[in-house]
Design a binder for this molecule. Structure first.
Ligand SMILES: Nc1ncnc2c1ncn2[C@@H]1O[C@H](COP(=O)(O)OP(=O)(O)O)[C@@H](O)[C@H]1O
Ligand SMILES: [Mg+2]
Length: 458
């Protein structure tokens, strides 16, 4: 309760004197080691310094690590790596962490977090998962926090946050890291497919695959088809300088079409094997939603092949545009092809069972697809070759071969793989040393009736 003789100015003076006396009695305020390290590294109070942030998709994590390693390897560049302790530290940005190193000391120096990240079919690499780098490089001093975090969208990301008085130096640092990550990318020359994120359904990790090795002799196509495919897929990479000097584009689009089981996927696998230096990005089925990411990666990792199987099927579940009946996914792919530019050494390899669907889209966007290659059911000569390929173990006379070829008009190539397998199985279960025409004809009957039983597929 105020009294009449209360003198506010005097009270203020006395109060300040009291507080000074109290603070002299108290031990000096503890400064966290983290704060001391930040202050001595940055040469002053870190509070309120600008933070420049860059986010990368989580799959770039190993590339960021390699980029940091390369950056810190450069002469004249040094860095101290600190871990940070404190509850929920991964949910805080660098500015928050710095602020909370002062009076409340929510965070201090702690253990560095590492995570293991796959870098190939059966290789992995240890990467920094959460840590602070105190970087000194050509007179610039930066504090760089690396953390892996889920964004609100649920898509996981790797973030670099750079704290420094010198914003230009922070930007430069991030530019260099971005360039080094592309240069050192572990994805270059790999065979990769996109996977959805387990929980969010967003973009998950990239999955690594062994490069398929399908011999040319094992791909039975109408004569000339493989030759033209090799020329268009591999030719531009081999003759890149000449083609560019002549003013032509490198980017190419190829569509393989034909009924199921004729060997479109088989042919793709062969072609991928024939381009050992190319980065392969497989965008099939549900992964179609990541077509933009795939195109962006293809551009940075060229020479590259973007494989999109069954393009016509991807339309399902997507809304068809009101103004055109064209499959919107296909339209998007064609637009992305265009956007990539002609100078990128990228092959788009598309497959479809329904040529009409693709042709319809191409009418509106000419010049995106250079080659339409039919993969038809095998003719007589093709069937004889398929029988030789998948019936290697069979004991067949020329007359037997003629009989089987005549009896298999209209079947697909995949039918022969199954025919060979069944004939061998019949002979084996009957205890016969070699499978012969009798087994093949029985297998043929079986396959025909099971095809009916299975609903007449193919
Ligand atoms: N043209 C072909 N030459 C040799 N084998 C083939 C051919 N077509 C299909 N096959 C065999 O059948 C299997 C299935 O064919 P696939 O390539 O998946 O057909 P598609 O993709 O056209 O539906 C292949 O893995 C391969 O064993
Ligand atoms: Mg297929």
């Amino acid at each position: 309760m105020m009294t009449d003789d209360f003198d506010a100015a005097d009270f203020g003076r006395q109060f300040r004197a009291f507080m000074t006396a109290v603070s002299r009695l108290a031990p000096p305020e503890e400064t966290s080691v983290l704060r001391q390290r930040l202050e001595s590294h940055l040469g002053g109070n870190p509070d309120g310094l600008p933070v420049v942030t860059e986010s990368f998709p989580a799959f770039e994590h190993p590339n960021i690590q390699l980029a940091l390693d390369a950056y810190l390897d450069a002469p004249g560049t040094t860095a101290d790596l600190l871990g940070i302790s404190g509850a929920n530290r991964e949910h805080h940005g660098l500015a928050d962490i710095v602020n909370a190193t002062g009076r409340h000391q929510q965070f201090d120096v702690g253990a560095v977090d590492y995570v293991s990240v796959p870098t190939g079919v059966d290789t992995e690499m240890t990467c920094l998962g959460f840590g602070l780098l105190l970087v000194a490089s050509s007179g610039h001093r930066l504090a760089v926090l690396l953390r892996v975090g889920a964004r609100r969208t649920g898509v996981s990301q790797v973030q670099l946050e750079v704290l420094t008085a010198d914003v230009a130096a922070a930007r430069k640092f991030l530019d260099v890291i971005r360039a080094l990550a592309v240069e050192r990318s572990i994805f270059r020359g790999q065979v990769l497919s996109f996977e959805p994120h387990d929980f969010s359904g967003g973009l998950g990790p990239l999955r690594f695959h062994h490069r398929p090795d399908v011999d040319e002799a094992d791909v039975i196509l109408p004569s000339g088809a493989l030759e033209v495919l090799h020329r268009h897929v591999i030719g531009p990479t081999e003759h890149r300088a000449r083609i560019q000097a002549a003013g032509h584009r490198l980017r190419r689009g190829i569509v393989l079409y034909g009924p199921p089981g004729t060997g479109k996927t088989h042919t793709l696998r062969h072609l991928i094997g024939r381009a050992p230096a190319a980065t392969i990005l497989i965008v099939t089925g549900f992964a179609a939603q990541f077509i933009r990411e795939a195109c962006a990666l293809a551009r940075t990792l060229a020479p590259a092949i973007v494989v999109i199987e069954d393009v016509d099927l991807v339309a399902q579940g997507r809304e068809r545009s009101a103004t055109t009946s064209t499959n919107p996914f296909l339209a998007e792919v064609l637009n992305l092809m265009d956007g990539i530019g002609g100078d990128a050494d990228i092959t788009f390899l598309l497959t479809t069972n329904r040529l009409e669907a693709v042709e319809e889209a191409l009418v509106h966007r000419p010049g995106r697809v250079d080659l339409l290659v039919e993969v038809p059911p095998p003719d007589e000569a093709g069937r004889a070759r398929l029988l030789a390929l998948y019936g290697r173990s069979l004991l067949l006379s020329d007359a037997d071969v003629g009989r089987i070829v005549a009896a298999t008009t209209g079947v697909t190539a995949s039918f022969f793989a199954e025919l060979g397998r069944r004939a061998e199985l019949l002979a084996a279960t009957a205890g016969d040393v070699r499978a012969d025409v009798g087994h093949v004809l029985r297998a043929l009957d079986e396959l025909r009736s099971s095809r009916v039983a299975l609903g007449g597929r193919r």
